[in-house]
Ligand binder design. Structure first.
Ligand code: GAF
Length: 409
């Protein structure tokens, strides 16, 4: 099948790249290499910061952190896409990130990419109750094969890999869920992107051939068997090549609309509403806020229905839920773009069981659930539909539900 990479090929390359970068920067070998996964979301979009339900899965594309300790009281981070190291004294981390969210990035003190690993170091120390004076300096070299800007959470993969490296090297004693919280805090406060916790949980806690059901209020998780291999099905990502960002713009607006809706309806969060509340919501809210609320309320129900359908009918039973989720994001939450709609429509017309955009929206990727022998037809249909509309060619590739964080070397 031409869209499946040879097993292990991609990840070994990025792992080696991280080790080689570490050695070229420090002149010594890394003490270890840790990695965490990118993610795609099967269903449950923008529900995480509304304390609702999500069902994402870790993918085979990973980010690697090669790391080692040293005697200087500083943290140095470098990555293959920005090889000049960024160095910060450990004692400075608190001053750097304890101010307004994203301030150190906004004023140019820290390059945006470096705020992810440095923010993780800051948040990990805080979560473990350790101070900068308690830990040795550390060098971290990062390499990744998670496509950047494709909506597959390259950022959570960096956070997970760096959190795991520091957790071991600094002996912080953080649990996987603690590390996910550390990643979210780095993203919210150091980077300044007002995201929820779905991506970090998925990146870190993922399991092979399973999705991670997460209740974003209680933070309880459960692995949900997808049975794709058994059923001869493939999840195909179609990267539209329209780049998205979550620190500003539409993502922030949608979050604000949800908070406005919850306040007007007198509930702590939209999680507290069901479809029975929607008539009242329509009476009280303006049309736009009502549609934002309706997306969250119906999407939460679709996540629960998807979990039930997987258990009772297997993966072929979830197609309609994926399609309804996309329609809700397109029409009510208004986070799709024409390229994502084109990818979804083309995939369905070519026989996909279900398809929807995945992630925060405004670009990035769609995912399609397809019979293994229809993968080429679906990918070709998307390519033809893009060409017919004059869009840049999309990139279609299989995404394999995979394990989350691990130590590789
Ligand atoms: C982005 C965010 F990072 C997640 O927290 C989540 O809100 C998602 O968009 C939308 O479901 O990936």
């Amino acid at each position: 099948m031409r869209f499946t990479e040879p097993a292990g090929w991609v990840e070994v390359t990025a792992l080696n790249d991280a080790e080689a970068l570490f050695t070229s920067l420090t002149g010594r070998g890394a003490e270890g290499v840790w990695s965490s996964a990118g993610r795609a979301n099967l269903i449950g979009e923008h529900t995480d910061y509304n304390e609702g339900f999500v069902l994402p899965f870790a993918i085979q594309h990973r980010t690697y952190a090669a790391a080692g300790m040293h005697a200087d009281l500083a943290i140095r981070v470098a990555s293959t896409f920005s090889p000049d190291p960024v160095e910060v004294a450990l004692a400075e981390l608190e001053t750097l990130f304890a101010g307004a969210p994203g301030a150190a990035v906004a004023d140019g003190t820290v390059p945006e990419w470096a705020a992810y690993p440095l923010g993780v170091a800051w948040a990990a120390l805080a979560a473990s109750g350790r101070s900068a004076a308690d830990v040795p300096g550390v060098d971290i070299a990062i390499a990744s094969d998670v496509p950047v800007g494709a909506g597959l959470s390259s950022s959570a993969a960096i956070e997970g890999a760096v959190a795991a490296a520091l957790n071991d090297l600094w002996q912080l004693g953080l649990s996987p869920l603690d590390m996910a919280k550390v990643g979210r805090r780095a993203e919210n406060e150091a980077v300044g992107a007002p995201t929820g916790i779905m991506d970090q949980v998925s990146s870190i806690l993922g399991r092979a051939d399973a999705a991670t059901f997460l209740d974003c209020r209680t933070l309880e998780t459960r692995s949900v068997d997808l049975g794709l291999e058994r059923e001869g099905l493939i999840l195909l990502a179609i990267d539209t090549k329209v780049e998205h960002a979550h620190a500003s713009g539409g993502y922030r607006d949608r979050r604000a609309a949800c908070e406005r809706g919850a306040a007007a309806l007198g509930v702590p969060s939209l999680r507290d509403l069901t479809e029975a509340d929607l008539d009242r919501a329509r009476d009280i809210l303006d049309d736009v806020t009502f549609r934002r609320v309706r997306h969250i309320v119906t999407e939460n129900q679709r996540v629960l229905d998807t979990v039930d359908a997987l258990a009772s009918g297997g993966p072929r039973a979830i197609g309609d839920l994926l399609v309804a989720s996309h329609a809700s994001m397109r029409d009510d939450f208004e986070i799709s773009v024409p390229e994502l709609d084109t990818a979804v429509d083309a995939a369905l017309a070519a026989g996909a069981i279900g398809a929807r955009m995945t992630g925060g929206g405004f670009g990035g990727s769609a995912v399609a659930l397809v019979e293994a022998d229809a993968v080429d037809a679906v990918a070709d249909a998307a390519a033809r539909a893009f060409a017919a509309r004059g869009y840049a060619a999309p990139h279609a590739f299989t995404v394999v539900p995979s394990e989350g964080v691990r130590r590789d070397a």
